[in-house]
Design a protein around this ligand. Structure first.
Ligand SMILES: Nc1ncnc2c1ncn2[C@@H]1O[C@H](COP(=O)(O)OP(=O)(O)OP(=O)(O)O)[C@@H](O)[C@H]1O
Length: 668
């Protein structure tokens, strides 16, 4: 009962002691404490001995001491709708507006500056009713309680020039009122549309545009979160067979077949041939390696036997392909100058020509053409017609329509580049088209006939039309899988018509008829005619581009991990410092050493090595990021145990590396 918190109805109990101690007769003199304002006691029926006289109780409730108090039974307070003078008072909002709930935390202005402000207080309360403002009510005038909604709160310091002006400190200067926040740049005027110092998104491709150019450039000194270089985000195309959280090692490295291809190409590029009969030097080239697969002299294409070598330039150290035309004698200097025009041809479908010169290095008079070297490339004749193969008569696999369209569009691309440079390919045959990647071809041996048959009487327009015919014949040859098919054109076309779609057949027919005098034909017209196929080739190229970008993304951060591992290995175990005792038997370098074991020398319960690339990569990435995660490091003798964060290990690694960079005398 004592804890009921009800007011004593009779002060006499203080002098008479606890009501429980009273006799029943005495109790009658004391008003019951359980009597509520309604004059009822809960215990009256159960024999409560105290006085329940309604009149006395009522009188007690009317007393001043009671009026000042409330108890739990007091009816809830309902403000009167009538003001003291009997007029209707504006209704107060008892709930918080959602706008107010979302408002930024309010920072009160110093009352001093408010007091000193010569500017009259704004009519509208800045913080809305009910807000926790330090401004005395009287100062801002009578609040306009009739406002239905709370005014949207505008954080100080972001209100623009008008708001700044009302915060004069009395001596004419404007004082910043908001607390300093290192993440918010305060200097410089905000641009007109700025709603506040929105932190720049470091990942945005156009940070200036993201937050308003002027704002960004005036805030150059502001703090920006560094880009998290240690994070791997998978870039599509994605593996469909894994769930979102699943990763495998292949996600972090190049696909094996692609890696192998690149490595083989690198090895082929670096290949040398010791004890060769070839000249050690051909002009500014050395380290010649023959690329021909057969030793048979073949003068069919150029009128001279030709040989191809890989060689390294002593001018720039790069590798090139040298094509030698054996026994060629240059009679007209202008002929070799025609190669200059070929240097301007820049196309992904043409093997770039760099130079041409005559040479006597092979103990004869040779003409040498210098072109790009494409390691491990094959000619289309080798790939599809069995050229250079001991079993030339084996059955060559049929070239699918899709692949043939791919070849066609690439050669059209090459001819477009060549013809628009005022040149003609002149050599268009499967043995002079290089396959440098999967379905990726380039026209080879261009420029040669321009030198060798410099005196030709044919016009360039005629030569270009001849290119179209040669192009058509090459397609038929490839489609028939037979090098000599054009010896019987009718049979060849019959086969072609059976094997490929009408659109393909019509395109090839169109090319083959390019020399008809009554019809004007050009490579541009041909390209218009096959535009739908160009689109599908273009789309394939875009897909490949996406794939390569994705592959590149996987390799992107590997270099960073190599640098980190290099540092770790540089720091760990330096025998020159008293067999490492002076270097890392104590201090932070000691736990670096144990960390090395933690990452690379884990053993399982049986004491067998744990070879878990995922664990190693995770540890190294966390180390590089300086994560706050803690790990337990136990020394090999199990006598020492450290609980350290990656952050601390990173710091130790950095300072140890710096120590190593110092001259040993200054080492401690
Ligand atoms: N620029 C080059 N880069 C890399 N390899 C090349 C290059 N040019 C040619 N080759 C390779 O050299 C070899 C010989 O090429 P070539 O053009 O002489 O073909 P071929 O089949 O020997 O024709 P031909 O019988 O007319 O000599 C081919 O295997 C070809 O892949």
């Amino acid at each position: 009962m004592a804890s009921s918190g009800k007011p004593p109805l009779d002060d006499t109990r203080r002098t008479t002691g606890s009501p429980k101690m009273k006799t029943r007769e005495n109790a009658k003199d004391t008003l019951c404490r359980n009597v509520t304002i309604y004059g009822r006691c809960r215990y009256e029926d159960k024999g409560c001995a105290f006085n329940h006289d309604p009149q006395k109780v009522n009188a007690a409730y009317q007393s001043d001491s009671y009026k000042k108090r409330f108890n739990v039974d007091s009816p809830s307070f309902t403000p009167s709708l009538l003001s003291g003078n009997g007029t209707s008072a504006p209704k107060k909002s008892t709930t918080i507006s959602p706008k107010a709930a979302n408002a930024a935390p309010f920072q009160p202005r110093t009352s001093a500056s408010r007091m000193a402000s010569p500017v009259p207080a704004p009519k509208t309360p800045l913080t809305g009713k009910g807000s926790n403002t330090s401004t005395p009510r009287q100062e801002v005038g009578t609040p306009d309680w009739s406002m239905a909604e709370v005014q949207e709160f505008i954080p100080q310091g972001f209100e623009g020039a008008h708001m700044s002006s009302i915060q004069g400190n009395g001596n004419g200067t404007i004082t910043p009122t908001s607390a300093f926040d290192p993440f918010v740049t305060a200097s410089g005027p905000l641009s007109a549309g700025a709603v506040g110092a929105v932190p720049a998104n470091p990942y945005s491709h156009d940070t200036a545009a993201a937050i308003g150019g002027a704002t960004f450039f005036t805030n150059q000194t502001g703090f920006q979160q560094p880009v998290q270089y240690h994070l791997y985000a998978p870039i599509g195309p994605h593996n469909q067979n894994t769930l979102g959280y699943q990763r495998n090692v292949h996600d972090l490295f190049l696909p094996n077949d692609f890696r192998e291809e690149l490595q083989k190409k690198a090895a082929a590029t670096l290949q040398t041939l010791p004890n060769t009969q070839l000249p050690a030097q051909v002009d500014y080239f050395h380290s010649l390696v023959p690329l021909d697969l057969s030793h048979q002299k073949n003068a069919a294409t150029f009128g001279y036997p030709s040989w191809v070598y890989k060689a390294q330039s002593s001018k720039d150290g790069n590798f090139y392909a040298l094509r030698r035309l054996e026994g060629f004698r240059l009679t007209n200097e202008k002929a070799i100058r025609s190669v200059q025009a070929w240097k301007r041809v820049c196309s992904g479908s043409v093997v770039t020509v760099h130079d041409a010169f005559t040479s006597r290095s092979f103990q004869d008079s040779s003409l040498i053409f210098v072109t790009d070297y494409h390691p491990l490339s094959k000619t289309l004749a080798e790939q599809h017609l069995g050229a250079g193969n001991r079993f030339q008569n084996r059955h060559n696999p049929h070239i699918t329509e899709q692949v043939l369209w791919g070849y066609m569009t690439q050669i059209a691309n090459a001819l477009k580049a060549i013809h628009s440079n005022g040149l003609a390919a002149r050599v268009l045959e499967p043995s002079k088209v290089l396959l440098t990647g999967k379905n990726r071809i380039r026209l080879n041996a261009c420029a040669i006939l321009d030198v060798v048959q410099f005196d030709t009487q044919r016009t360039m327009a005629d030569l270009q039309r001849q290119d179209l015919v040669n192009f058509g014949q090459m397609m038929v040859t490839l489609g028939a899988n037979s090098p000599n098919v054009m010896h019987n054109p009718a049979k060849a076309m019959e086969h072609f018509t059976r094997a490929y779609s009408p659109q393909m057949k019509n395109s090839v027919f169109w090319l083959l008829n390019s020399l008809q005098i009554d019809q004007e034909r050009s490579i541009d017209m041909f390209i218009n005619g096959i535009s739908s196929q160009l689109m599908s080739t273009f789309d394939s190229a875009l897909h490949l581009d996406d794939q390569l970008t994705s592959d590149l993304g996987r390799e992107l951060e590997n270099g960073r991990l190599v640098r980190l591992m290099t540092k770790l290995n540089l720091v760990n175990e330096r025998p020159e410092y008293e067999h490492d005792r002076q270097w890392s038997e104590s201090g932070e370098r000691y736990f670096l050493k144990i960390f090395r074991d933690y990452v690379f020398h884990q053993v399982d319960a049986q004491g067998d090595p744990v070879v878990d690339l995922g664990h190693m990569l995770t540890c190294l990435n966390k180390l590089d990021a300086g994560s706050d995660e803690k790990i337990t490091l136990v020394s090999r003798d199990e006598q020492s145990c450290f609980i350290v964060s990656y952050k601390e290990i990173k710091k130790a690694l950095e300072s140890s590396f710096q120590a190593l960079m110092k001259p040993p005398r200054r080492m401690h």
